[in-house]
Design a protein around this ligand. Sequence first.
Ligand code: ZN
Length: 98
Amino acid sequence: MSKKEFTDEELEQLLLSDLQELDIKCADCDKSLLKMVRSRKTEEIQELIVNCPFCGGQSWMQELVGKYYQTTPEGLILGGMDEVRPKSYKLNVEIAND
Ligand SMILES: [Zn+2]
């Protein structure tokens, strides 16, 4: 399964909050790598870079303010995540094998 299932509580937060969607694309080949959905406005700040499974490149550094859920575009699945610095993450996505 590549899609995240939301719990009822998470869904409620999504509906009540200032929803914001963010597409993270590869800086090199421009393919969509990850979709972030903000569920809550908080003071929390994270940085995220996504490694591209198509060309070996990566996305631009993305600053995320608030609480986010991540989903993958069709055909991709989440891989591992490394914390390179506190609140700074590097995420792998992989091509799903159907
Ligand atoms: Zn790429």
